[in-house]
Design a protein around this ligand. Structure first.
Ligand SMILES: [Zn+2]
Ligand SMILES: [Zn+2]
Length: 163
């Protein structure tokens, strides 16, 4: 984990920015998280740890980390963006359950290969991509779509790599 924070520090320094204590606290939460975090999640976690960081600082830090390439930002259309560490992790894409909000990560070399093929065809220099598939997860599938109130909050346990 310390190696990762060094990379964050370097990435910020390369842009003339400093890894201040509050920024470090925010960065560490996302680096060590095992799921995708929204700004509100980070705020709440820091508050619970007794190391609160101002809301504006949390938002600005997440934005900064995205811009320097250490975090990935995703918008799954629920009115909030979520973040995850980009450094020290293999590239992956996402399945998003519109029933319960679960985020499932996947890696598929064949999709990557086809994307490369497409960009080459158009002489397009790809810098990054974010492939998202929206639908219903295993648990939401059979009864979807439903207006089940109990399903409005995303169950966190399902935001894992392999489920
Ligand atoms: Zn679901
Ligand atoms: Zn992810």
């Amino acid at each position: 984990m310390d190696r990762a924070i060094d990379k964050v520090r370097d990435a910020l320094q390369a842009r003339g920015l400093r890894l201040t204590k509050p920024r470090r606290l925010v960065a560490e939460k996302v680096l060590s998280a095992r799921r995708h975090l929204a700004a509100d999640d980070v705020l709440e976690m820091l508050r619970r740890d007794g190391t609160p960081v101002a809301r504006a600082t949390v938002y600005r830090t997440l934005e900064m980390m995205k811009e320097c390439g250490t975090f990935d930002e995703h918008d799954f259309g629920r009115g909030r963006k979520v973040y995850e560490r980009a450094i020290g992790r293999p590239h992956h894409d996402h399945l998003y359950c519109i029933g319960c909000g679960a985020i499932i990560e996947f890696q598929e070399p064949e999709i990557e290969r086809l994307q490369d093929q497409v960009t080459r065809r158009y002489h397009f220099i790809a810098m990054y991509h974010s492939h998202k598939i929206f639908g219903y997860c295993r648990r939401c599938g059979p009864k979807a779509p439903s207006g089940d109130k109990a399903h409005d909050e995303p169950p966190r346990h399902q935001d894992t790599k392999n489920d």
